[in-house]
Design a protein around this ligand. Structure first.
Ligand code: 5GP
Ligand code: ZN
Length: 149
């Protein structure tokens, strides 16, 4: 089926997915951990030393489509690696982040978790401008979102 060869999100042929090619070994990567389900590689254009990416070996575009249980296993792996990396690389802090969709900054449409070591004065910027909704506005959003799942 042709459709199965395309990512649902962007109609990008899976054969063009750079992370699928890395997982298949068609493109080299600096792999730091691998099991049956995940491959963890160093980012080729890192924010700094140790910036790593956790990739599921199956092609799944984003958090909206991943099996939540698999997302859980990916984050369990993130937690284990974060502590281990901290020991070896000697950093103290870390951002763990995950972009879904182009507006959110996703550029490779194969789910991945970023492990971003943070060091004093590293100049990395993961911020937004806080807004100041009224209590009523907060309550309106709460009403929309409560008991969704
Ligand atoms: P996104 O912007 O989708 O959240 O993150 C994609 C990440 O993949 C970026 O940090 C980018 O540097 C990284 N990246 C893009 N192409 C390659 C590649 O060919 N190899 C590796 N190891 N990382 C890549
Ligand atoms: Zn892929």
């Amino acid at each position: 089926m042709i459709e199965e060869n395309y990512t649902k999100e962007r109609k990008i042929p899976m054969s063009d997915c750079i992370f699928c090619k890395i997982i298949a070994g068609e493109i080299p990567s600096a792999t730091i951990y691998e099991n049956d389900e995940f491959k963890v590689i160093l980012d080729r254009f890192p924010s700094g030393e140790g910036h790593a990416l956790i990739l599921p070996k199956n092609h799944v575009p984003n958090v909206f489509e991943i099996d939540p249980a698999q997302a859980g296993r990916a984050y369990a792996l993130a937690a284990k690696l974060a502590s281990a990396m901290k020991e070896v690389l000697g950093f103290t802090d870390m951002n763990i982040l995950q972009n879904n969709g182009p507006i959110a900054g996703q550029t490779v449409f194969h789910f991945h978790i970023h492990l971003i070591p943070r060091r004093e004065g590293d100049g990395i910027n993961v911020t937004w401008t806080p807004t100041e909704p009224t209590d009523e506005q907060i309550a309106a959003v709460q009403a929309k979102l409560t008991n969704l799942i």
